[in-house]
Write a protein that binds this ligand. Structure first.
Ligand code: OGA
Ligand code: NI
Length: 357
């Protein structure tokens, strides 16, 4: 991409103030090694042994909505390979990449902001669904029950991409279920409380992001401020900084310093609602860099599209009544996508719109 065209220029209130570079000293790093011995048949067996981890997860979710994990069990070599295929894919010509262009028949595929209408993000991306096919609603209309199936669009090159992505998705899913158990325990719930929302179907997906170097990083953003809509996100970022998190205590934007082997976890809007705001999802955004390109790979762990998301019965009572109206997760995603692709003056659909007064 060349000069920053008008289309990428963020409205003044959204432009990054590049002089604020607070490092994320405060973002908790949680060592997950205690959990591995205590998962049997993929579920927590000895809860006392992981009490410390559960406490740390609780504190991180309450104070930040973000944390990093080490000793997470995802093989380093696999992470390296998935980063390699992502770089190889993006290094090809636009023509080659567009052979797997995303269209209305599936979320999977390639897109770049320059050629996608109404997207202001300074980046290109390639998405893959974790489950194939993934069931999704056809329309945002609440009265329309029809669904359709989405399939993955795998590029021919690099040839090892498909196998690597499939392996990586497997590992992401394993880790995501463990994190979901830790989150459930940290809310005082039974460890597998959330599993039912994923068992039969899920709408999780993995995204390769490439943020090219940008000539005017003070005008543009790699990704504008947002909360992730799903339950949780597992992000692999490279050594180039860029991710910023809104600190809950003072609303300051804080840079998440890359830690080479760590994965970054953030709770999404679904956990915010399930927990009735106990764990509020944190806003985050991506700053671009004028010299260095940056790559990242988030895995979005999303429940089945037909999940009705609402505060859990166990967590609400007379003193702490439900703060949200129930909503249909798949419909919410479709509506959000439609609203986000409108002109910038139109307010995006946000989870706060489902808040009860
Ligand atoms: C996202 C996101 C962060 C990053 O894609 O939702 O927040 O570092 N990405 O790429
Ligand atoms: Ni995000």
């Amino acid at each position: 991409m060349g000069e920053v065209e008008a289309a990428f220029i963020q409205a003044p209130e959204h432009r990054p103030d590049l002089s604020i570079i607070a490092e994320a000293q405060g973002i908790p790093v949680i060592d997950l090694s205690p959990i591995h011995q205590h998962f049997e048949n993929d579920t927590v067996s000895d809860q006392s042994a992981i009490e410390g981890v559960v406490k740390e997860v609780r504190r991180a979710c309450k104070e930040w909505g973000f944390f990093q994990v080490t000793n997470h069990g995802v093989p380093l070599n696999l992470r390296q390979r998935v980063e390699d295929v992502s770089r190889k894919f993006f290094s090809q010509s636009l023509e080659e990449k567009k052979k797997v262009a995303r269209d209305h028949t599936s979320l999977s595929g390639y897109y770049d902001s320059e050629h996608t209408k109404n997207v202001r993000d300074w980046k290109e991306g390639l998405d893959f669904l974790a489950k194939e096919p993934t069931l999704v609603p056809i329309s945002a209309d609440d009265d329309d029950d029809r669904t359709t199936q989405w399939f993955n669009r795998y590029p021919q090159n690099p040839p090892e991409l498909r196998g690597t992505v499939l392996e990586y998705i497997d590992e992401m899913e394993k880790l995501a279920f463990k994190l979901l158990e830790l989150i459930a325990l940290s809310l005082g719930l039974e460890s597998r409380r959330f599993h039912g929302y994923y068992l039969k179907d899920q709408s999780s997906f993995i995204r390769f992001n490439h943020y090219p170097a940008c000539p005017s990083p003070h005008l543009a953003l790699g990704v504008g401020r947002h909360k992730d809509p799903g339950a949780l996100t597992i992000l692999a970022q490279d050594e180039v900084e860029g991710l910023e998190v809104r600190r809950k205590s003072d609303q300051e934007w804080i840079r998440v310093k890359p830690a080479p082997q760590a994965l970054i976890i953030n709770v999404g809007e679904v956990v915010q609602v399930w927990s009735n705001d106990e764990y509020e999802s944190a806003e985050h955004r991506v700053i671009v860099n004028c010299e260095k390109e940056r790559f990242s790979i988030p895995f979005f762990f999303n429940p089945a599209h037909y999940t009705i998301v609402e505060p859990l019965k166990e967590l609400i009572n007379e003193q702490n009544p439900s703060k949200y109206r129930p909503y249909n997760f798949g419909k919410y995603l479709v509506k959000r996508k439609e609203s986000n692709s409108q002109k910038q003056n139109v307010e995006n659909l946000l989870i706060s719109h489902f808040r009860l007064l």
